[in-house]
Unconditional design. Structure first.
Length: 674
């Protein structure tokens, strides 16, 4: 919605910029012709037949023209633009989308940049973000982005602004109506945007600034297409204070302003204050009506507003406002101050590869700063008061903030951080990515170029997925001890930055696999013999057990043999149903890449002695082997060990168990022991 009065070619350029900036939005453009005499609206209709024009026969002023445009518009979201603005690509859609994401609960304002009328280009060195209003003087001006409170809404990073400037804003139609809109009884120009600002906050809503939406605005030092009479401006200020302030605050304000505005007017010898008060009295009934509406619905008052935004007046129980010494100024809204950079913080920083660090420009109007990186980071450049690049390679980097003729730089030492995992059982040939259940692993790190944990802001290990426990990390020195869980699975360990500019960044990660025993093999104990008693069916040996897989350590695990009933037939049918006893809990030794972790102790595998007559027979114990962590009772089966024995008609005894054997003896063999 555009309100226009004698805008000349600025209006058509503004309309063209608006249309060109929108790519995917269902919209209409309403132009309110506030009694222009220069033909600007007629030209606009010829060039843009899609616009809808509403005409005022007599000039009603900025506030009334905007309000008429709002009442004539048919959209759910109202976007107000002056007839000398240039929205950048996507900015209108951005404003509308933010209003919709906030469910219409706030007025949304864009970043305002000064617009060079001759070149019709934005001056990036003059950029305005927040806006303020002094409740006593009703003066207004710009605030730096760093002076605004950051809020996060619906995934967006926005800023609370105490007030808005009327040249560009977006508001839900229902909220506009709830706020009573722009005051149609205000005269010519001025204060209508401040009035709407105060109403918005006091009725429980917010003004939220979105710096991602950018609109250029033509600023000027003096009015060049119409005159603004000081009594009209003061009248508008009286209406604003009367409608929004409580009785005590309004009385205090009224006295302070009456004492100040005592100069004479050429057309009205009674003076500025008397003339303005007369104008207010002529429309007082409408002000009374709106005041009643607002005060019945407001949830905050002017004292809350002053506290919220750091104003000296009004204060609860405070001294009355003093008479103001400076005259009323009826001039256009000020241009944002020029941008200048005096420094960058942090000036030096050490960060890990891949960690974004936020640099902030120091100076004036730094929201217009341009950033560059050397060598290029990600992103390589940017705009705004702050900038958060990162780099994928180690080394010395430079970040430069520039605005106009001023610039300042910061340096970043980017460090490649490599996690170091050293298992307590660090045998030759073991895996560096797979670890046995319960394994204990020392955690540390190394960097290129060299940097300590303290230089990086402190480093601390954490488990981001999977099981296990961490100890020894409280010193934030990048060391710790990880103990694997008793169950298999994938575990991701992360080394994170604790403090400083890169706080929260992940310096390094390592994903490991914790494995449980999957099998085991038995071998005859070296240096032992085969047991046999001459003249009998008998055979036996001493076995040692080696855990699988072999590339990890099970030194923090224990195992035992479970129970099972034997199955015998033929010559060995007498052993049928004999139950293998529950074995004792045994510990496991250190790892061996060739053989596997050796179970501590020896297993006696023996047939016993049987006599004649000999015949064929078979016996099997399918023994479950169970594992658990040290200090627990093994309960999880990981393999079956077949204790298998056979006999034949000659009395030959054969025995084998889990890879050891088969070993055989015949009755005629001499008696031997293990």
């Amino acid at each position: 919605m555009f309100a226009a009065h004698n805008e000349g070619q600025r209006l058509t350029r503004s309309l063209a910029a608006c249309i060109e900036s929108i790519s995917d939005l269902d919209y209409e453009i309403v132009v309110v012709d506030d009694a222009s005499t220069d033909g600007c609206v007629i030209t606009a209709e010829e060039l843009f037949p899609q616009i809808r024009t509403v005409r005022n026969e007599h000039r009603v002023g900025v506030s009334a023209a905007k309000d008429r445009g709002a009442r004539e518009a048919r959209g759910d979201v109202l976007v107000f633009l002056d007839g000398h603005t240039k929205p950048l690509q996507g900015s209108i859609e951005r404003l509308v989308s933010v209003v919709e994401l906030l469910s219409g609960s706030a007025v949304v304002t864009p970043r305002i940049m000064a617009l060079d009328e001759e070149r019709w280009e934005l001056d990036h060195s003059r950029s305005g973000n927040g806006y303020f209003v002094d409740l006593l003087t009703l003066d207004c001006g710009w605030l730096g982005l760093e002076e605004l409170r950051v809020v996060r809404e619906s995934g967006l990073r926005l800023h609370e602004s105490p007030a808005l400037i009327g040249c560009a804003l977006a508001v839900d139609r229902k909220l506009y109506a709830r706020l009573y809109g722009f005051d149609p009884r205000m005269l010519s120009w001025g204060v209508e945007d401040l009035d709407l600002s105060i109403k918005c906050w006091l009725l429980g809503h917010r003004i939220l600034h979105d710096q991602e939406a950018v609109v250029g605005h033509r600023f000027r030092d003096a009015f060049d297409d119409y005159d603004v009479q000081p009594d009209h401006l003061l009248h508008n200020q009286i209406r604003t204070a009367f409608k929004n302030y409580g009785h005590a605050a309004f009385g205090d304000w009224l006295e302070a302003r009456r004492l100040r505005e005592n100069e004479s007017l050429e057309e009205h010898p009674e003076g500025l204050w008397a003339r303005s008060w007369q104008l207010f009295g002529e429309q007082r009934a409408s002000a009374e009506q709106e005041r009643g509406y607002l005060h019945a619905r407001r949830v905050r008052d002017e004292i809350w507003y002053a506290r919220r935004f750091g104003l000296d007046w009004p204060r609860l129980g405070g001294a009355p406002a003093e008479a103001l010494s400076f005259p009323l100024a009826a001039g256009p809204s000020p241009s944002p101050p020029p941008c200048s950079v005096s420094g960058v913080t942090p000036g030096t920083v050490t960060v890990p590869v891949g960690a974004a660090v936020r640099f902030t420009a120091q100076g004036q109007s730094v929201a217009s700063v341009s950033w560059t990186t050397a060598p290029p980071g990600t992103p390589a450049s940017g705009n705004g008061a702050s900038f958060a690049p990162k780099w994928t390679t180690a080394g010395a980097k430079q970040v430069t903030a520039s605005c106009g003729a001023s610039s300042a730089s910061a340096t970043a030492t980017v460090v490649a951080v490599t996690p170091v995992l050293t298992p307590h059982d660090n045998f030759t040939g073991r895996s560096t990515t797979r670890f046995g259940i319960g394994e204990i692993i020392d955690l540390s790190f190394r960097t290129v170029p060299g940097a300590s944990a303290a230089q990086l802001g402190g480093l601390r290990w954490s488990i981001t997925s999977g099981g296990g426990t961490l100890t020894g990390t409280a010193g934030n020195d990048g060391i710790g001890v990880f103990t694997a869980a008793g169950t298999p699975g994938s575990v991701t360990l992360a080394l994170k930055v604790v403090g400083g500019p890169a706080a929260g960044a992940t310096a390094a990660t390592r994903t490991i696999t914790v494995v449980a025993p999957s099998d085991a093999l038995m071998a005859q104990k070296p240096g032992t013999g085969i047991k046999h008693t001459t003249g009998t069916w008998s055979v036996g040996f001493l076995g040692e057990i080696f855990m699988r897989p072999t590339d990890v350590s099970f030194a923090q695990a224990v195992m035992r043999e479970g129970t099972v009933a034997g199955v015998g037939s033929g010559y060995l049918a007498g052993l049928n149903g004999i139950v293998h006893p529950l074995g004792g809990i045994v510990t496991i030794g250190t790892g061996d890449a060739a053989k596997g972790s050796k179970v501590n102790g020896t297993d006696t595998v023996n047939s016993g002695n049987l006599g004649t007559p000999f015949s064929a027979g078979d016996f099997l114990w399918a023994i479950p082997w169970l594992f658990g962590l040290t200090g627990t009772t093994p309960a999880t089966q990981f393999t079956t060990a077949n204790h298998h024995m056979t006999a034949d008609s000659t009395g030959r005894a054969t025995i084998e168990k889990k890879g050891a054997g088969p070993f055989s003896r015949v009755p005629a063999d001499p008696t031997t022991n293990f």
